[in-house]
Design a protein around this ligand. Structure first.
Ligand SMILES: Nc1ncnc2c1ncn2[C@@H]1O[C@H](COP(=O)(O)OP(=O)(O)O)[C@@H](O)[C@H]1O
Ligand SMILES: [Mg+2]
Length: 372
């Protein structure tokens, strides 16, 4: 899959620009705060449905403009597709694919596929659990619509359950009945979410190991430990939906009194995490910064590989400001791994692409873009 065109209007500091991209390497370069990441952010909006910088939608709209619009043209194995994303200060966003309105987020995500790699991801090994969860969630969501639907359902039911716990005093009579219904629904979606994450990470780490041994000459072995309120002895146990559902039922019923006191759900799939291991030891505590970066890199490449295994084609790779963070060996490794796939990367440092020939170069200055 590759991105052919992208039109940005009133997005961040971009008044209007129509980009055309090379099917292989594209480099956006220029000084800081000129509008490089803005382009990557806008493109990745079509992959994940939201800003990877956690910005609110109205902050994406250019100051003092009422709305912004993004349009992309991408080519997949079947055909050329157009998608649009229009945001407005007054109403919610509107999206289309090939002229047809899309109303559900789970129909929007999973069309244009991209793997994003940004400096924040370099520290995924030692990040907070939420960072690792969101890595897994966004990777799985792009290749599995049911997963995204389950996540949305889970979040909705969890909010209802939390509201019920908070309002216990006012709803004493109906509390038990409503709680049973909500806990059951939550257990079913949590069971599926945990099982899919455990399966995905198992596949991912098999691939992580392959590229890690390429990078390091076979000296290192990576693995993960799934951390969950329902974890058993092995990760494989978590593949079993029936088992997970029973475990979650138990988890959601055992602490109700404490949950009422705290006014919130204490456990669940929203607390899952995974610990990354290197040579059998926790990478967070024992791996060097370089090893942690290699792991992060290998995880991103593996994410692209799984997407290709499932869909038949590579997603678009978006590298925001990461090359300059890597040493020569790792930089060369990433670029050689990504040959033949579409890469859109940003950098402040022109020496980053000395070794790269035949790339499309776009100079970025104050929201304007010049092909060089
Ligand atoms: N909503 C907005 N309206 C206008 N300008 C914006 C908006 N949001 C961000 N900017 C501007 O975008 C620039 C940052 O762009 P960014 O792509 O993050 O820079 P970099 O080139 O360093 O990646 C800053 O100058 C910032 O003021
Ligand atoms: Mg930037």
């Amino acid at each position: 899959m590759y991105l052919k065109h992208a039109v940005f209007e009133n997005y961040r500091n971009i008044d209007r620009f129509a980009f055309s991209f090379d099917p292989e390497i594209n480099i956006l370069y220029g000084k800081n705060a000129q509008g490089k990441t803005n382009v990557v952010e806008g493109i990745y909006l079509f992959g994940s449905g939201k800003s990877f910088r956690h910005a609110r939608e109205r902050d994406l709209i250019m100051t003092e403009r009422p709305h912004a619009q993004l349009g992309i043209t991408y080519v997949d194995a079947v055909r050329e597709n157009k998608m649009t994303y229009r945001m407005s200060r007054e109403t919610t966003h509107e999206t289309t694919k090939n002229g047809v309105k899309i109303t559900k987020m789970s129909d929007f995500i999973g069309n244009f596929k991209a793997v994003l790699f940004c400096p924040e991801h370099l520290s995924i090994v030692k990040a907070e659990p939420a960072g690792r969860r969101s890595f897994a969630d966004s990777a799985i969501s792009q290749i599995n619509r049911n997963y995204l639907a389950a996540l949305i359902e889970y979040k909705r039911v969890l909010e209802q359950r939390n509201a019920l716990l908070k309002n216990y005093e006012r709803q004493k009579e109906t509390f038990s009945m409503t709680m049973d219904i909500l806990s059951e629904r939550l257990a079913v979606s949590a069971a599926y979410i945990t099982s899919e994450r455990a399966r995905y990470l198992t596949r991912l780490f098999a691939l992580v190991n392959a590229s890690l041994s390429d990078m390091t000459g076979g000296a290192e072995h990576a693995d993960f430990r799934y951390l969950s309120g329902i974890a058993g002895q092995t990760t494989e146990e978590l593949f079993d939906m029936k088992r997970n559902t029973e475990q979650y039922r138990r988890l959601f019923s055992k602490d109700i009194h404490r949950e009422i006191v705290m006014g919130t759900s204490l456990g669940g799939a929203h607390r899952d995490d995974f610990e990354i291991m290197l040579n059998g030891m926790s990478a967070k505590f024992f791996a060097s910064q370089g090893q942690q970066r290699s792991l992060a890199l290998a995880m991103k490449l593996a994410e692209g590989e799984i997407s290709r295994e499932d869909t038949g084609e590579y997603p678009v790779f978006l590298l925001d400001d990461v090359l300059s963070e890597l040493d020569r060996v790792r930089k060369r490794y990433v670029l050689s791994e990504l040959t033949g796939r579409q890469v859109i990367l940003t950098t402040c440092d022109e020496s980053d692409f000395e070794g790269i020939s035949c790339a499309k170069r776009i100079y970025v200055e104050n929201g304007t873009y010049t092909y060089r």
